[in-house]
Design a protein around this ligand. Sequence first.
Ligand SMILES: NC(=O)c1ccc[n+]([C@@H]2O[C@H](COP(=O)([O-])OP(=O)(O)OC[C@H]3O[C@@H](n4cnc5c(N)ncnc54)[C@H](O)[C@@H]3O)[C@@H](O)[C@H]2O)c1
Length: 457
Amino acid sequence: MKEKPEQSRRSFIKKLTTTSAAIAAGTSLFASETSVKPFAILKRQLGYSQNDQINLALIGAGGMGTQDTIVALQVPGVKLVAVCDLYDGRLRDAKTRWGADIFTTKVYKEILNRKDIDAVIIATPDHWHQQISVDAMHAGKHVYCEKPMVHAVTEGPAVIKAQKETGKIFQVGSQGVSSLGNEKAHELLKSGAIGELNYAEGFWARREPLEVWQYPIPEDASTQTVDWETYISNTKKRDYDSKRFFRWRNYTDYGTGMAGDLFVHLFSSLHYITGSMGPNKIYASGGLRFWNDGREVPDVLLGTFDYAKAEAHPAFNLSLRCNFVDGTSGTTFLKLVGSEGSMDITWDKVTLKRNKVAGSDDPFYLDKLKKAGNVVQERKKMLPPEEIVFDADKGYKGGPYDHMVNFFTAIRNNGKVTEDAVFGYRAAAPALLCNDSYYKNSPMFWDPEKMQMKKQV
Ligand SMILES: NC(=O)c1ccc[n+]([C@@H]2O[C@H](COP(=O)([O-])OP(=O)(O)OC[C@H]3O[C@@H](n4cnc5c(N)ncnc54)[C@H](O)[C@@H]3O)[C@@H](O)[C@H]2O)c1
């Protein structure tokens, strides 16, 4: 039987106060009728130990690969032994940062052939993720592959197959999935904190050239310093073009546009929080409004996604927006909306708002009640929402660190990771289909359980 709002509110509070999660404050979370802002602290208790040393290699030593490695090396017992990149400058930087004794190469297979390497981080542009991941697992390496897991929707099954065949740990790099914020949101949704989920939305606003992929091109960039032939060896043959190498996100042969770059993070978080396998209908619209710098991808993109009723959740809709010409700039958010409230979710903070509807405001309903002989109480008012902020404990190292810990812990314990190849594919596919919908100007249909394209739902 469905709970009445007040009942479900009470049971939510009960669950909230009895939950094992670390709620360190908030004596009377919903006690007052006035708008209160109680405060609760999210804590991370890490239960891992330092066993054997894990030897790590980085393939793709650009911005994110470097960042991932810096975080990975904060996990006790992890050592970087080798770095691969196609540009000399990156290999030089790697030796400066991590020591001259690091083995460096432009040939990723030389990394995979080394017996002393246990795990690799793959942080190349998107068009190399599938091939290097599959080759790495077959060479006996555990893989941390940056998002999106694949460059095209057809590429996912090969990664899933390689993971199953080799039994290697494979984790995709949407690091929010391992964060305290996502964990708390998952727990709150499950406990009925926002009632029944019906809608979710995500948004990115950017404006600065660097944020919108106009990266600087090194002065020494040329075919002498860049292995261009290898870079394009799995895609269309073209003459050397520095922009296509250093600003790869703008070109469809290498990148996956706003959806593959950004929407995919929200699919990962949303699927983790709700337990969903994904949407079954995907529709995109947008355009190139401002950044006419030769890019092949839109700079404003809207995606709408229908999630059908599933075992883990009711039917709901998702709206994602990305604007690279936003004068206000600097905004990113994920919001989940339910029948009794909403949650704004980041990696280290969840803001829960619950509307206190004390009675119906509907004049037709009130009139009906009157005619039926019921005494109508004084008209109730909408009250301001209750708000609770769950904030990460001081010193929390963040989702990226937790994600690396989960990866290395799974390697050490022969365990499992949440964001494995199946999870990664279910997050990447709707993002990639969003691009397909944009270019084909048509809705795309997807079977999230079987992970297959469909003609129509
Ligand atoms: N998880 C996140 O928050 C996050 C953030 C940024 C980027 N990323 C992902 O990380 C990946 C890299 O992005 P980036 O911003 O670091 O790009 P980048 O251009 O800074 O780095 C990519 C590097 O890969 C090298 N490279 C290209 N092809 C290669 C190959 N075949 N073998 C070896 N090296 C190769 C390039 O020379 C370059 O140094 C992308 O897939 C991106 O989507 C994830």
